[in-house]
Design a protein around this ligand. Structure first.
Ligand code: UD1
Ligand code: UDP
Length: 360
């Protein structure tokens, strides 16, 4: 069985790490890894291959930056060429990035079965590039693996046949458990940043809806700067957000936010596990907060991970001006994380490959 996997953005390296590890152990199964190049900085790409033991990509298409159309179009053309050459049995894609859509579209037009891991998620906000990518990818996929019950029922509601959908849980849960244990003994990030366990807030911001809207961007960073006057706030800065803040002449030296460069996954997991609260607009980080039993405030109006909001582990900061009040409220609550397993009970990566073997 030959699987051609498309990856390109930071969260996809982490998802692929768990599945690639399983593929490596299977006899007569080859994985061709294609990196679109969507993320290309050392600390947005290479670092994950090195520390998570992901095999070096067989192809790097070098398509980073640019507008959505140009980026997706160039990926599509380049992936098609690789597919003609490699002729895989399956094309495997993760999540909802432009790399995901380009891969799925290239394969679907060549009648190569598309396998979508992390299918079925919806924000019901069609302005999000990710929502467009998810819906289009799901509707041209042959096998759809959902991480949650909600994802499964979203697909049924859109008319996708239940014989193609499997709710297997979340491959990111596998990663969080596996690397969470390793992180304990393999990083000194807390010492490096001079912070104490459970004595700081961890924040990440990179969503287009926050970085490309000057009013929202300004409000978010003003609010975070206010919070940072009384509480330590560590913020690994995504390159997209850095550029947006530079464009509005954000005063980095005046703000008390502790900005750091993006970190590798092991350091990130350690920061997550050690923080007392997470503020984020990241999809992956919202779930990791739950996996590592840390309360989370999401700086968006909606989320695809609705079960965390419904169960009261994640709070949507719809009114950014009340962020400090919301932080106070959340920090005064206690949470019973052990009652819930919204994302399966691990081994999602094994399930993906087991299904592919059976369907081959
Ligand atoms: C992409 C995904 C988003 C995902 C995020 C993960 C799409 C539409 N968006 O958003 O769903 O949550 O990745 O982090 O696919 N840049 C660099 N160096 C890098 C990578 C990016 O400087 O290594 C800068 C470039 O200016 C680039 C911009 O960030 O143009 C945006 O990068 P892009 O990959 O297009 O989108 P993300 O915001 O990273
Ligand atoms: N992450 C990381 N280093 C960082 C910030 C995030 O390793 O500096 C990890 C994080 O733990 C999660 C993934 O990157 O596993 C999430 O990626 P991102 O927030 O970029 O994308 P999203 O999940 O929103 O698509």
């Amino acid at each position: 069985m030959k699987i051609l996997t498309i990856i390109g953005a930071r969260p996809q390296f982490i998802k692929a790490a768990t599945v690639s590890r399983v593929i490596k152990k299977i006899e007569n199964c080859t994985e061709i890894l294609v990196h679109t190049g969507q993320h290309y900085d050392e600390n947005m790409s290479d670092i994950f291959f090195d520390e998570l033991g992901i095999p070096r990509p067989d192809y790097n298409l070098g398509v980073g930056g640019g507008s959505h159309g140009a980026q997706t179009g160039e990926m599509l053309a380049k992936i098609e060429k690789v597919l003609f050459k490699e002729k895989p049995d399956y094309l495997l894609v993760y999540g909802d990035t432009n790399s995901t859509l380009a891969g799925a579209l290239a394969a679907s037009k060549m009648h190569i079965p598309v396998v979508h891991v992390e299918a079925g998620l919806r924000s019901f906000n069609m302005k999000m590039p990710e929502e467009q990518n998810r819906i289009l990818t799901d509707h041209i996929s042959t096998l759809l693996f959902t991480p949650t019950d909600t994802g499964y029922s979203n697909l049924l509601k859109e008319g996708i046949n239940d014989s193609s959908i499997y709710n297997i849980g979340d491959v990111m849960y596998d990663a969080a458990m596996y690397y969470g244990k390793k992180a304990q003994n393999n990083t000194n990030i807390l010492e490096k940043l001079n912070v104490k366990y459970k004595d700081f807030i961890l924040a990440t911001i990179h969503r287009a809806e926050n970085t490309d809207n000057i009013e929202r961007l300004t409000m978010i960073f003003d609010e975070l700067s206010n919070v940072a006057k009384t509480k330590k706030v560590i913020l690994p800065l995504h390159p997209r957000t850095k550029k947006s803040l530079e464009n509005i002449n954000f005063n980095f030296s005046e703000s008390k936010i502790s900005f750091i460069d993006p970190v590798g996954y092991i350091e990130m997991v350690m920061l997550e596990m050690s923080s007392k609260l997470i503020l984020t607009d990241s999809g992956g980080v919202q779930k990791e907060a739950f996996f590592h039993k840390v309360p989370c405030i999401t700086l968006r109006d909606e989320t695809e991970w609705v079960e965390l909001v419904e169960a009261g582990f994640n709070f949507l900061a719809k009114d950014l001006k009340s962020l400090e009040t919301l932080i106070g409220e959340v920090l005064s609550k206690s949470f019973d994380y052990d009652k819930y397993s919204f994302y399966g009970k691990a081994n999602a990566a094994n399930k993906v490959i087991d299904f592919l073997k059976v369907n081959k």
